[in-house]
Structures are given as C-alpha cells and as structure tokens.
Design a protein around this ligand. Structure first.
Ligand SMILES: Cc1cc2nc3c(=O)[nH]c(=O)nc-3n(C[C@H](O)[C@H](O)[C@H](O)COP(=O)(O)OP(=O)(O)OC[C@H]3O[C@@H](n4cnc5c(N)ncnc54)[C@H](O)[C@@H]3O)c2cc1C
Ligand code: FES
Length: 509
C-alpha cells in the first residue's frame, strides 16, 4: 500500500495566500525607542486593543515576534459564536449564574463590536447557525445542561431535530445568527485601521525581557522600547515575573481543510461536539469551491504521545463522514485555559496598573479577544466596561485549588521524572529517522536530537522558561514543553509560549 501524501503543514488561512507566518527582521529604524503604550502581540487581542487605543487618541506601538496573525489567531477555526461548547455549564459550576451572565454580556459585546468593525471595513463575514451536538449519552447530557444554562443567561438556544451532520446524533442545540470568517482578513482590516489612526506595527521584533521598574524598558530583538504602559497580548504573558500564570493550561488541537466534492455532504452551520474526542466542523468559501474545515483531538501541549496519530485519526474521521479527498492543509495550534474558567484580563499585581495581560480564552478567543480589548483599554482609560467587575469577581474556590494542585503536581512530577528519575537513553551517534526526535543523555544535560529535511540538530532539551524537559511533536516537528506550553523549532528557535529565549546549544546546561 502506498502512503498517502501529507498535506502542507499550514493553516488554510496562511496556506491559501501562499504565505508563511514568519517576518524577517524589521528595518533598523522601524521600532520607535519610546511609546506611551506598547502592545506586545499582533493577534486578535493585541490589534483590537491597539485600534481601541488609537480611536481613544492614544495610538500605540505594537510589536510582534513574527508576522501579525502568526499566533493562534491565524490558526483558528474562526467561529464568532456565543454558543461555546460546554463553557457556560463549566463556568456555572465554578462561579454561578451571575458570572455566566457577565461572561455572556462580555462575549456579546465583543461579538457585536467585531461585527460592526468588519462591516465598516468591508470584510466578508458569513452568518451561520452555531450547533452543539453529541453522539454519546454522556455528551447528550452535557448538551441538555448547556442549553439550560445558556437560556437562563438569555441566549435564544433551540433544540434541533436535524444537526445537519452526515451521521446520527443523540442531541443537538443551535443558536442562530452567529458568524464565521477568515481570521487573516480580520487581522488585515485591524492593522489597516491602526495605521490610518497613527499607530505603529513592527513585525519580526520579539520581546526578550524588560526592566523591573517603571517606565518599562522592554528589550526586543530589534532594540529597546521605553514605555509608560505595556499590554501583553501574547497568550501566555511573556513577562510574568510572579508566576501568576503558572496555572494556565496549554491545549493543542488539530485542524484540516478539504475541498468539498460536488457530491459531498455539506454540514449545516458551524458545529462542535461535546464528546471526547471533540469534533469541530465548518465550511469556508473559496474561489475554487467551498471548503470543509474539521478540528479536534485536543490534548495538553507536550503530553499525550504521538501528535501524528491524533492528526491521522482526525483525517480518517473527516474522510469517513464527509467523503472528502486528500486534505489541502493541515495544522495545529494552542490556546490556554485558566483554573478559574474565565479569561484573565487586567493589570499584573504590583505594577501600578501599567503592565496588563489578557489570556485564557479557552479556544473561544474570537469574541473573548474583542471583549478583553475593551476591558484593557477601559482599565487604561479609567473606565472599564460594566461586565469587567462580574468576571473579576470569580475567586479561587476549593475546586480550583484542588485542580491547580493536581496540575502543578503533575507538572512537578514531570520535572522530577524527566530530569532525575526517568532514565534517558544514553547518547548515540545514530541520527533519528527523518521527522523523528528523541531526548537523550543524563539528568544534567539532556539533549533534544531530531532529523528534519535530512538535517540532524542537537540542542539542549531544557526549556528556557522554567526548566521543563521538552517532548518531540512529530506533526509540527517542534520541541514542546509539557509544563506551560513553550514551543521551539527543531533547531531550538522559540516559537510560542512563555519562554522568551531559544533552546541553548546542547551540553550548555
Ligand atoms: C485550533 C484552534 C481553533 C480555534 N477556533 C476558535 C474558534 O472557532 N472560535 C473562537 O472564538 N476561538 C477559537 N480559538 C481560539 C482563538 O483562536 C484564540 O483564543 C485567539 O486567536 C487568541 O488571540 P490572541 O491575540 O490572544 O493570541 P495570538 O493570536 O496567539 O497572538 C499572540 C501574538 O503574540 C506574539 N508573541 C508571542 N510572544 C511574543 C514575544 N515574546 N514577543 C513579541 N510577540 C510575541 C505571537 O507571535 C502572536 O502573533 C481556537 C484556538 C485553537 C487552538
Ligand atoms: S514552558 Fe514553562 S518550563 Fe517550559
């Protein structure tokens, strides 16, 4: 049997433009040396924040280590929906009905603002029915519970007899008039408005550190910027000195895009299953005919074994149910969940309100990023939106503590197990097979060795954030840290996560 060709590793959004999300180094004078507000990260959160600041008469400087949209935004399935899987029931269980209500108000405000922005900038947005469904009894119970909590929070959720999917389902609910788009068109519209309003966007300038006192001297690979206020819109906050965010969990998911054949089964709406593994489905218009996007198989970054097996299983599921051919593009990406179940948005403690973060969107960042931008800018201007206090009222309850102890416990276990107990294989001169990687060597100098495109690389296996030992990701051909989700290329260049530095040369630990 001949092996099926692997589709290009790129998101549909970057792939169909023939672009990669990397930016070269900026021109020597591109980065201003001073800024009132510096926004780090040009994903949806950073650019919504920057546009709101510019509209308020404070055009900021925005820097991104890669290209705008290079992060999760440009790898999202981009459903702009208030029906968000099992988010509301989890939030209800953690924090009660008032917080669910504040969360829905925040997301509705974010959704409306973004829709209005996209309408004004003439971006193609498709109105869609959002569908949540289940194929198992356990999943069906969750679907019913989500409908109950959502209706109590004022969402017009309806039961569906037909989920519009080519297989039987046990339960399905829908919410009309939600939306989907191409996230890079959104990024393009926001950057255009930012520039028109006098803001500055510098791509290819990665933040590597900052001073310990104000004004913040922020070091980037393109020079330093002295800023009065800094917004970290980098998902995991890259300058978290107090480890406030050590409880954030990074979760990766897989996605693929296929051409829908004429005789293919076209799903109705944008759907998400509440079963395990999760399945996300939507269509996307394309000049050469509609496309099908499937996503799912999430797992904690750097844990859970072969990522190739997860991607292959998702591909097999799509072919079986939708009669599609070979995938055109295949990709994966990660987002973070807080132990409080609500995004963390606002100033870091001890910074006098001048170092702000927004993270923990739990794979619902299209609405949450726009809502978070309003909170951040409201905080900076002294007028946060009414829903901000409701979301901030979520305390840490005993269940949160237990969950975070379990997570940190397993993180600690990984650290000890990886560095001390686990007997790493002794170094060998045999290079790994093409596309494979292994960690080898003793506890005081584990090395990460991989072969990609015929080139064997050996770098330190110790993550430059807090010393986790990285694992090989055979889909992305990257080194992924199981502690807080930092990721590095095969030759050790930092891709994403809280680490700001590349992996060190092997033997330097
Ligand atoms: C597979 C998948 C599918 C999803 N689908 C949906 C969906 O359908 N609907 C939905 O609502 N949400 C979805 N999400 C979630 C949503 O995409 C994210 O929550 C959202 O895009 C996060 O935006 P952001 O701007 O906060 O982060 P990002 O888009 O990741 O932007 C962060 C930026 O910061 C930059 N950066 C990081 N570190 C540095 C540094 N040190 N210096 C300079 N720049 C730096 C990065 O390059 C990046 O551009 C999905 C998530 C995943 C993983
Ligand atoms: S990401 Fe924190 S130790 Fe690696």
């Amino acid at each position: 049997m001949t092996a099926r060709p692997r589709p290009p590793r790129s998101s549909l959004w970057w792939g169909r433009r023939g672009l990669t999300p990397d930016a070269g180094a900026p021109a020597p004078d591109a980065l201003p040396g001073a800024a009132d507000v510096l926004v780090v990260g040009a994903g949806l959160t950073g650019l919504c924040t920057a546009v709101l600041l510019a509209r308020a008469g404070h055009p900021p400087v925005v820097v991104d280590g890669r290209a705008a949209g290079a992060g999760t935004t440009g790898h999202s399935t981009a459903k702009l929906s208030l029906l968000q899987g099992s988010v509301l029931q989890r939030l209800h269980q953690h924090a009660g009905a008032d917080v669910v209500s504040a969360y829905v108000r925040a997301n509705r405000a974010g959704q409306l603002w973004l829709l209005e922005e996209l309408r004004r900038r003439d971006v193609d947005v498709q109105a869609q029915l959002a569908v949540t469904y289940a194929v198992t009894d356990e999943g069906a119970r969750k679907v019913d519970r989500e409908a109950e909590v959502a209706r109590a929070a004022g969402l017009a959720v309806e039961g569906l007899d037909d989920a519009g999917l080519p297989f039987p389902v046990r339960a399905a609910i829908g919410l009309r008039d939600q939306a989907q788009f191409d996230p890079l068109e959104v990024i393009g519209a926001l950057r255009e408005e930012l520039t028109e309003l006098g803001g500055t966007l510098v791509e290819g300038a990665r933040v590597t550190g900052a001073s310990w006192s104000r004004p913040w001297r922020v070091a980037t690979t393109a020079g330093d910027v002295v800023a009065t206020r800094v917004v970290l819109a980098t998902q995991y906050p890259v300058l978290d000195r107090g480890l406030h965010f050590a409880r954030l969990r990074a979760s990766r998911s897989y996605a693929m895009a296929y051409r829908l054949p004429d005789s293919g089964r076209v799903p109705r709406g944008m759907s998400l299953s509440l079963d395990s593994p999760t399945r996300s489905v939507r269509t996307a218009p394309d000049p050469d005919g509609d496309l099908l996007l499937v996503g799912g198989n999430d797992h904690e970054t750097g844990r859970g074994g072969s990522t190739r097996a997860k991607a292959d299983e998702l591909d097999e599921w799509a072919r079986r149910h939708f009669a599609v051919g070979d995938a055109l593009w295949s990709w994966s990406a990660q987002d973070y969940r807080t132990s409080r179940q609500v995004p963390s948005v606002g100033a870091l403690p001890g910074t006098g309100g001048s170092l702000l973060v927004a993270t923990g969107f739990d794979k619902w960042g299209m609405t949450n990023a726009a809502a978070a931008a309003h909170v951040l800018v409201g905080d900076l201007m002294g007028e946060p939106p009414e829903y901000a206090s409701g979301l901030r009222s979520v305390g840490v309850n005993p269940r949160d503590v237990a969950s975070s102890l379990r997570h940190n416990g397993s993180v600690g276990f990984r650290w000890v197990a990886d560095r001390v107990v686990r007997a790493l294989p002794a170094p060998t001169s045999d290079p790994p097979a093409e596309g494979a990687g292994r960690v080898e060597g003793g506890p005081f100098g584990p090395a990460a060795v991989s072969t990609v495109d015929g080139r064997t690389c050996r770098v330190s296996a110790v993550c430059t954030h807090l010393g986790g030992v990285v694992s090989w990701n055979d889909v992305e051909r990257s080194w992924d840290c199981p502690l807080h989700g930092s990721r590095f290329t095969a030759d050790g260049i930092r891709i994403e996560g809280p680490a700001t530095k590349d992996l060190r040369p092997s033997g330097s630990d």
